[in-house]
Design a protein around this ligand. Structure first.
Ligand code: NAD
Ligand code: ZN
Ligand code: ZN
Length: 343
């Protein structure tokens, strides 16, 4: 009889996850099997479970793309990963390896890319399969729990800040100081930037200050663009929007300095108005950014291994995942929840 595992699966969009026993999958020749130790809960998992984006996963599926665990079996053709290695299974689950994007380190936009916890089953389960060519290699100094939020929230914000092209000593504004944003503040400080944090929750802003933010604004009190422009002498050179809220995108454009870059990473469904005259007349760039490539992953992890970045983590068992989704929806998660699959 096949071994079974506990999973939390989405069986219907917009309904609570269902706890079930599934068969433990067996790795194909080019796959590895991982025993999950920890998996972060990203706001993306919530968008996925609600089926909010234009491209939807096929039901049923297991969310979770911040999974860290130990390799327990490897397929016959696998040479780069061995049993006992500790790896992370990220959002970029696999890519083709030979299209124009893969060849230029942009595997994140490969047309054949697969996504962990979306088009492939993810880490809200005791075991998961992975492609050994795309797993994150976890530095020894980091525990599985510490590493989990870094392989999506950390990677995405580190890459997003690089994409703003802001230089040391310049201003970067981080809009949304949740799971992604609290890491963004730390990466930005470690990269020598001046940081302005924007959220709609004073607790999150106090957290941002403790993490080193030089300025904070509560966007509930009104559009922070004018005040930020005054304080920074013209606006932020780089803006990173992590907030899952459309109003934050409009405000983010307003916070951007002339010739600055506003990087969009938050993914609320929908569209937002772009003030065309301001963009054109101020030579502002608006740029989407989607997780990061494998080199970005190694760099993002090494900041943490060097002690420069540390995720603030609340540990919960897998059985708490529906309650965590409700809290995420209402902005009630202070930073990042990590599911402890060994609990
Ligand atoms: P989260 O819920 O942990 O944090 C969101 C934060 O935004 C909270 O602190 C909330 O208070 C704040 N916020 C809400 N409305 C706001 C507003 N109007 N102005 C300023 N702040 C506001 O979510 P998360 O896990 O950090 O994910 C954030 C978003 O990033 C989600 O949409 C997720 O899908 C997306 N995401 C994108 C990528 C990518 O590669 N582009 C990767 C991971 C996550
Ligand atoms: Zn994520
Ligand atoms: Zn490709």
């Amino acid at each position: 009889m096949a071994a079974t595992m506990q999973v939390a699966a989405v069986k219907q969009f917009g309904s609570p996850l269902v706890f079930e026993e599934w068969n433990v999958p067996s790795p194909g020749p080019n796959q590895i099997l991982i025993k999950t130790e920890a998996c972060g809960v990203c706001h993306t998992d919530l968008h996925a479970a609600k089926g909010e984006w234009p491209i939807k996963p096929t039901l049923p599926f297991i969310p979770g793309h911040e999974a860290i665990g130990t390799v327990t079996a490897v397929g016959a053709s696998v040479t780069t990963v061995k049993e006992g290695d500790r790896v992370g299974v990220p959002w970029l689950y696999s890519a083709c390896g030979h299209c124009e994007y893969c060849l230029s380190s942009w595997e994140t936009v490969c047309p054949d890319a697969q996504f962990g916890g979306y088009t492939k089953n993810g880490g809200f389960a005791e075991y998961l399969l992975a492609d050994p060519n795309y797993v994150a290699h976890v530095p020894n100094g980091l525990s599985s729990i510490e590493a989990a939020p870094l392989i999506c929230a950390g990677l995405t914000t580190y890459k997003g800040i690089k994409e703003t092209e802001a230089r040391p000593g310049e201003w970067v504004a981080i809009s949304g100081v949740g799971g992604l944003g609290h890491l963004a503040v730390q990466y930005a400080k470690a990269m020598g930037l001046l940081v302005c944090a924007v959220d709609i929750d004073d607790g999150k802003l106090d957290h941002a200050k403790r993490l080193g933010a030089d300025l904070v604004f509560n966007a509930k009190a009104g559009d922070p663009a004018a005040a930020l422009k005054k304080e920074t002498g013209g606006g932020a050179h780089g803006v990173l929007i992590t907030a899952p809220s459309l109003i934050a995108f409009k405000q983010g454009i307003g916070m951007t300095r002339k010739r600055g870059t506003c990087v969009l990473v938050g993914l609320p469904p929908g569209e937002f108005p772009v003030p065309l005259f301001d963009i054109v007349a101020n030579c502002i760039s608006i740029r989407g950014s989607f997780v990061g490539n494998r080199k970005d992953m190694a760099e993002a992890l090494s900041f943490a291994a060097d002690g420069k970045v540390k995720a603030d983590i609340e540990l919960q068992p897998l059985s708490a995942v529906n309650r965590i989704f409700e809290r995420l929806e209402h902005g009630d998660v202070p930073a990042r929840v990590v599911l402890d699959l060994t609990a």
